[in-house]
Ligand binder design. Structure first.
Ligand SMILES: Cc1ncc(COP(=O)(O)O)c(C=O)c1O
Length: 369
């Protein structure tokens, strides 16, 4: 574990050394936005540091209720339920809605919170090849026709940054009578013209059964939410153990997310800055002849193809003043080892140019370009 203070700024400090941060999910840089910080401080003054209770006891404040309403509006869902982390959102939703005798069809590269939710649910898991719609269809076809089926997918895959083929998933779900759940952790605030996420990206608002998000990426905080029809959310509200049996999010956290949502909606320039930074970095890395996997998200994967080299690349970049995350087994197979660059709106042109110089230097040294 690398100790970094503070971790989500364009330039961070590690052991007194400054590093350009290309490894944070603070895509719109909202965790350091003055209005967001002010809202968090304001809530601390009024509410103190925590609710000291779960939601169904004394842990629901008007801020929690307001955030559920605001997210329902933003995500165009009938209702929304907050969880204390993104992990608990996926695990809690899946383990509550599915049970023995049901089938959950899950992309091979789905996030661990989904995998654990499936395990907890005791439903039968059918894992289809990553984003392979033939594999998904074969798995659907192998289910008994009258069994309850749920297809679950990351919207943006967290390690490789690619986007799920949601239109095709939905078409297959309709053909085979399955529900669809999408984990929009990395798409919320980032995809679609207004940053509403993967459903806006594909013009598929209201077309999936469950849409989840986390507050630990664009919203610059911690927590998560699931949006769905009212009857589904009501069921989760009274049956989902990771919702029921844990303390509710501190009001300062909820106020942070509410303020981040407001800033996101009134400042389209942030998303434009982010996209400009992503395009600039991607284009220049391609020109340097790195193997850049094509993505339309702020996650830029550089294929290294060897886990040892991926570690070397990350540690040499760090020596040169750039922070990136190596992605190695078990997150991906050894031959798919990669450097995961994640981009923030607040990185300056100077930050990006300096980082590119270092990529060139280390890439040549390691015979990658
Ligand atoms: C796709 C995906 N889903 C869920 C989570 C879990 O969210 P959190 O870290 O907010 O608990 C993450 C975070 O790494 C993620 O990338």
């Amino acid at each position: 574990m690398r100790v970094i203070d503070p971790p989500a700024s364009p330039v961070v400090l590690k052991n007194g050394k400054s590093l350009i941060m290309l490894g944070s999910n603070n895509y719109l840089s909202l965790s350091t936005h003055p209005d967001v910080i002010k809202a968090a401080k304001g809530a601390l003054d009024i509410y103190g540091t925590g609710t000291c209770s779960s939601r169904l006891l004394s842990g629901t404040t008007s801020l929690h209720v307001q955030l559920e309403k605001e997210l329902s509006r933003f995500k165009e869902t009938e209702d929304t339920l907050l969880y204390s982390t993104g992990y608990m959102t996926m695990a809690g939703t899946l383990s509550t809605l599915a049970g023995e005798g049901d089938v959950i069809l899950s992309d091979q590269l789905n996030h661990a919170s989904i995998i654990d939710g499936i395990r907890l649910s005791k439903a039968q898991a059918k894992i289809y090849e990553h984003s392979d719609m033939t594999s998904l269809e074969e798995n659907l076809a192998s289910c008994e026709s009258d069994v309850n089926k749920l297809i679950v997918t990351d919207g943006v895959f967290s390690m490789k940054g690619d986007i799920a083929n949601l239109p095709e998933i939905k078409r297959l779900a309709d053909d085979y009578g399955a529900l669809v759940m999408v984990d929009d952790a990395h798409g919320t605030g980032v995809l679609g013209q207004n940053g509403h996420g993967i459903l806006e990206h594909f013009n598929m608002e209201n077309q999936v059964d469950l849409v989840c998000c986390t507050f630990s990426k664009v919203f610059g905080s911690v927590g998560g939410a699931v949006g769905a029809r009212k009857e589904i959310i009501d069921y989760l509200r009274f049956n989902s153990r990771p919702f029921l049996f844990t303390a509710s999010s501190p009001p300062s956290v909820v106020a942070t997310v509410l303020a981040a949502l407001q800033v996101l909606e009134r400042s389209p320039q942030l998303l434009r800055n982010l996209r400009q930074n992503v395009n600039f970095l991607r284009k220049n890395l391609e020109e340097l002849r790195f193997k850049v996997t094509p993505t339309q998200t702020p996650i830029i994967p550089l294929l290294i193809g060897n886990d040892k080299k991926a570690f070397q690349m990350a540690s040499q970049l760090e020596e040169e003043g750039v922070f990136v995350n190596p992605v190695v087994p078990p997150a991906v197979s050894a031959e798919s080892s990669l450097i995961r660059i994640s981009v923030m709106a607040s990185l300056s042109q100077n930050n990006l140019e300096r980082a590119l110089e270092k990529f060139k230097l280390v890439g040549k040294r390691l015979d990658l370009i």
